[in-house]
Design a protein around this ligand. Structure first.
Ligand code: ADP
Ligand code: MG
Length: 239
């Protein structure tokens, strides 16, 4: 196995008396395409929030590029190379598409305006959004908003990109477009965690898949082994 980029061990999280994560452990290799699935409410976003620093884990360790990061603020983790997109897109709606990317490049990478703009335009080009650079984010279609969400994450120059349901609500051909973008980013060396409800997409994309249910990992394996796993089928059917 390639070098481990992310190591999550025994991570737990409660909301009041409710257990959202109950001792989750997983390792992700540098360059891997990793799929995280599980029914609604199984803890996928909570796990991503703990990794990206939006939430603090209560127990366990999170090591990124050999460094324990559990105690770091979200912006510090972004600087180390962890970026994520949000399940509900969070653009600055009154800013242009380009300006949305200049925020992370200025505040996270401390790039000068001209450098930030060059990098932002390259990212927009790679996402097929270059012709929308001057358009206000509020004017974008659903698929364009999803791409902007990924572009904003990429503007922090991450090593690890966590995509939280970037394909939700998209039509089939749009799912393919976003999938293609994620494949291209991975080919450039970005490690990717894909959280997705669209099973076909996650199965096509991932080299390895983990299924969460009620805050616990119930199964890990190849896409083919996961779809056939009775525990996974049971979790999704709620039986
Ligand atoms: P998933 O992303 O797998 O759908 P989440 O991680 O969003 O699941 O949520 C897991 C569980 O934790 C859900 O039952 C959800 O209602 C609960 N939860 C998530 N965030 C909070 C919060 N900030 N406060 C209280 N409960 C939360
Ligand atoms: Mg979620």
């Amino acid at each position: 196995m390639a070098e481990k980029l992310l190591q999550v061990s025994g991570v737990s999280k409660h909301f009041g008396g409710f257990t959202a994560l109950a001792g989750v452990s997983l390792d992700i290799a540098q360059g891997e395409r990793f799929g995280l699935i599980g029914p609604n409410g199984s803890g996928k976003t909570t796990l991503i929030n703990c990794i990206s620093g939006l939430l603090r884990n209560e127990s366990g360790k999170i090591v990124f590029a050999q460094k324990e990061i559990s105690g770091l603020a979200a912006y510090q983790r972004t600087r180390l190379g962890i970026a994520r997109s949000f399940q509900v897109p969070r653009p600055f709606t009154t800013m242009s598409v380009l300006e949305n990317l200049l925020v992370p490049s200025a505040y996270v990478l401390h790039l000068k305006d001209s450098e930030g703009e060059t990098m932002a335009m390259e990212i927009l080009k790679s996402m097929g959004l270059a012709d929308k650079a001057q358009v206000r984010a509020s004017q974008l279609s659903q698929v364009e908003l999803r791409k902007l969400e990924l572009a904003r994450a990429m503007a922090a120059k991450p090593r690890l990109l966590i995509s939280d349901e970037a394909m939700a609500g998209l039509a089939g051909n749009e799912v393919d477009e976003v999938l293609e973008i994620l494949f291209e980013l991975n080919a450039k060396g970005i490690t990717i965690i894909m959280i997705e409800h669209i099973m076909q997409a996650v199965m096509r994309f991932s080299q390895r898949v983990v299924c969460l249910d009620a805050g616990k990992i119930i199964c890990e394996g190849t896409p083919a082994s996961i779809v056939e796993n009775p525990d996974v089928q049971k979790a999704y059917l709620g039986a």
